[in-house]
Design a protein around this ligand. Structure first.
Ligand SMILES: Nc1ncnc2c1ncn2[C@@H]1O[C@H](COP(=O)(O)OP(=O)(O)OP(=O)(O)O)[C@@H](O)[C@H]1O
Ligand SMILES: [Mg+2]
Length: 257
């Protein structure tokens, strides 16, 4: 299990999606848990916005993007009435919701659970770390960009991880400027890899939305947009970067377990 966290807009959610895709391509079974309660972006990126949560006798069922059920997603977005409603929940209710996400979702037999977090180090992070404790999480992936602000935030996030005893799996430098490696060695954490800026990534992630979303509740959800994403992703130029990052993580974590 691992987690991704860091500053706003640096690419946490897109790194989450792509590391998950990379691990899936390695034949792993992966779950993505999206606990960004204010702006869940995973369903949008994967073209899953029209899905709702289904209940089975063993719990909430994740939405799978592929027929082999190698990549399942659970997101607060699936609980919202439509994609434009944003939820402003107070602390205690947020924690209850996150706890429920961690206990009531029937993930089945997965190799990795990747948690996509909101920006910063807030209540959500604390709640998820506390409630994952019993599952021995592998650690956190820090996502940063060359901008100074996220580099300063890296220090804050490293302190947070230390405080809550969460190991650091390493740093991913997104929209790379080449400084990720030095940053990682400065803070003595592993460097997982860098991702260049690629405008086609944004197109790939944003074009999954369909114009029929406003009437979503009236149409039967279908997975064609998600499977379109999966096939486009495999051909996208960045997928080789993410395959490397995923392979690195997987070999590191297989050795640990
Ligand atoms: N390597 C990249 N090249 C080009 N565009 C990118 C890259 N990485 C991310 N983006 C774009 O940057 C935007 C922000 O990315 P993303 O939503 O993943 O960030 P985030 O850290 O999850 O943000 P938030 O803190 O709001 O959750 C998205 O529109 C995404 O498509
Ligand atoms: Mg995000």
């Amino acid at each position: 299990m691992n987690e991704s966290q860091s500053t706003s807009g640096v690419g946490k959610s897109s790194v989450t999606v792509q590391v998950a895709m990379g691990l899936k391509q390695l034949g792993k079974r992966v779950g993505i848990l999206d606990i960004d309660l204010c702006g869940p972006s995973i369903p949008r990126m994967l073209g899953l916005e029209e899905f709702k949560i289904h209940q089975s006798s063993s719990g909430w069922v994740p939405v799978y993007v592929d027929s082999e059920k190698r990549l399942g997603v659970m997101s607060l977005g699936f609980l919202l009435p439509d994609k434009n409603s944003s939820v402003v929940w107070r602390g205690p209710k947020k924690s209850t919701m996150i706890k429920q996400f961690l206990t009531d979702v029937h993930w089945g037999d997965i190799d990795y659970l990747i948690v996509d977090t909101p920006p910063g180090t807030s209540d959500e992070h604390l709640t998820v770390v506390e409630n994952l404790q019993e599952y021995n999480p592998d650690g956190a992936i820090l996502v940063t960009t060359p901008q100074m602000v996220s580099i300063l935030d890296v220090q804050k996030e490293l302190n947070f991880c230390k405080k809550v005893n969460l190991p650091i799996l390493g740093v991913v430098e997104n929209m790379s400027g080449g400084g990720g490696q030095q940053l990682a060695s400065k803070y003595q954490v592993p460097f997982l890899g860098s991702i260049p800026i690629d405008p086609s990534l944004a197109t790939l992630l944003d074009n999954t939305s369909s114009p029929t979303d406003s009437t979503a509740s009236n149409i039967t959800p279908d997975l064609s947009r998600a499977s379109l994403f999966v096939s486009k992703y495999i051909k996208s130029p960045l997928s080789s970067n993410f395959s490397l990052i995923a392979a690195g993580l997987d070999s590191k974590l297989s050795v640990l377990s």
